[in-house]
Design a binder for this molecule. Structure first.
Ligand SMILES: [Zn+2]
Length: 342
C-alpha cells in the first residue's frame, strides 16, 4: 500500500521540509474502494509533489481539493485557505467579465464606425459631404489629444475641415516649435496647412491662470466662421475635458455667440462631452458605456484610424512626456468622441 494513503478519518503525518508548514488539508477521492484520505501540503494549490514533503518523488494522483469538491463532513477550513479561495474565485470572475466586456467593445466598435454618419446627418447639415467644419481648440495638441475621432470621422464623410487654435501654446516658450508640430499633426488628420490658423495674441496666452476675454475670443471665432462659410463648429463643453480654463473659455465664447444670435443661419455648434476620470482612461472599454449615454453625435474610430490619431499625437514631440504616452495608449478620446448640440 502506498505509504502516503491512510484511511479516513485518520490524518496522515509526513515529514515537512525545513521551514515548511501546513496551510490546509487536501482531499483525494477514493480509488479501488479506498476511503478518502488526506495529506498535508505546505503549498496552496501547488503541484503536490513528494519533494515538497521531502521524499523526492511525485505523489500518485495528487490533486488539489478544489477539482474534486469532495469534502468530508466536519471539514474545517483554515482562514488563509478560505480567503485565498475567495480571492481566486473573485479574480477569475473579474477576469472573465473583463474579457467579455472587451470582446463586446470590439464588436461594438466595428459596428459603431457607421453611426457617426447617421447621427451627424440628424444633428447637423442634411448631407455629411456638405459639412464645412471648424474645430476650435485652445492649444496645439488639443486637436490630436481630444478631437481626433471627430476630425478623422468628418474627413471620412468628405467634409471640409478647418482648425482654429486660439493660442500658440507658449507656456514654456515653445510657441514656434508647437505651431510647426500642429501643422504636421493636422496634415496627418486630413486638415491642409492652408486651413490651419493659430491665434497668437498677448491677451490669449496659454495659461490656465489667465481667464480669456470672451468678447475678444468670440470676435476671432466669428470672423473665422464668416470668412470660411462654416456651417458646423466643434469645440469643448463646459467641463473642457481636462478642466483647463482655456478650454472652458472656448465653450463660453461659442455659447455667447449663439445666445446673442450672432452665428450665421444654419451654423450648428457641437461640444465635446467631458467624462469622468475612470471613463477617460479605459480606451475602447468605454464604447458600450458611450453607446448607452445620451449625445447627439457619436464618432468611433476604426483600429486603423486610431493608429492615425496616435501618429498625429506623436507629431507633438515637445509634449511627449511619459504620461502622454500613457494617455495615447489608454485615453478613450483617442477612439471615441461624444458630442452634444449647443
Ligand atoms: Zn489644451
Amino acid at each position: 500500500m502506498n505509504p502516503f494513503w491512510v484511511e479516513f478519518p485518520q490524518r496522515a503525518h509526513f515529514p515537512l521540509p525545513k521551514g515548511g508548514h501546513v496551510v490546509g488539508q487536501f482531499w483525494k477521492g477514493s480509488e479501488k474502494g479506498v476511503s478518502p484520505a488526506c495529506y498535508p501540503c505546505h503549498s496552496l494549490l501547488g503541484s503536490l509533489k513528494e519533494e515538497s514533503l521531502g521524499q523526492g518523488k511525485a505523489l500518485p494522483g495528487a490533486e488539489p481539493f478544489c477539482r474534486l469538491s469532495l469534502f468530508p463532513p466536519g471539514t474545517t477550513w483554515s482562514l488563509p485557505v478560505s480567503v485565498a479561495m475567495a480571492l481566486a474565485l473573485l479574480g477569475s470572475f473579474l477576469a472573465a467579465l473583463l474579457a467579455l466586456v472587451w470582446l463586446g467593445s470590439r464588436w461594438l466598435r466595428r459596428r459603431g464606425a457607421g453611426w457617426g454618419h447617421q447621427t451627424l446627418c440628424a444633428a447637423g447639415p442634411a448631407r455629411a459631404d456638405d459639412v464645412r467644419a471648424l474645430v476650435v481648440t485652445a492649444h496645439p495638441d488639443d486637436e490630436a489629444m481630444f478631437f481626433a475621432p471627430t476630425i478623422l470621422s468628418l474627413g471620412r464623410f468628405q467634409a471640409q475641415l478647418w482648425l482654429l487654435c486660439c493660442s500658440s501654446g507658449n507656456y514654456y516658450n515653445q510657441g514656434e516649435l508647437r505651431k510647426n508640430e500642429l501643422v504636421q499633426s493636422c496634415a496627418i488628420l486630413g486638415i491642409p496647412p492652408s486651413n490651419v490658423t493659430v491665434i497668437d495674441h498677448r491677451d490669449l496666452p496659454d495659461d490656465p491662470a489667465v481667464e480669456w476675454d470672451t468678447h475678444l475670443l468670440s470676435t476671432f471665432v466669428l470672423k473665422h466662421i464668416e470668412t470660411n462659410h462654416i456651417n458646423l463648429v466643434i469645440t469643448f463643453d463646459a467641463g473642457g475635458v481636462s478642466g483647463h480654463a482655456n478650454h472652458i473659455a472656448l465653450y463660453t465664447a461659442l455659447r455667447s455667440l449663439q445666445s446673442e444670435g450672432k452665428l450665421p443661419e444654419g451654423c450648428r455648434v457641437l461640444t465635446l462631452k467631458s467624462v469622468n476620470l475612470l471613463r477617460k482612461y479605459i480606451s475602447i472599454l468605454d464604447v458600450p458605456i458611450s453607446c448607452l449615454q445620451s449625445q447627439d453625435v457619436l464618432f468611433i474610430l476604426t483600429k486603423e484610424e486610431s493608429e492615425q490619431a496616435k501618429r498625429a499625437m506623436r507629431c507633438h514631440h515637445s509634449q511627449l512626456l511619459w504620461f502622454r504616452h500613457t494617455y495615447i495608449l489608454f485615453s478613450r478620446f483617442m477612439v471615441i468622441n461624444s458630442l452634444c448640440l449647443l
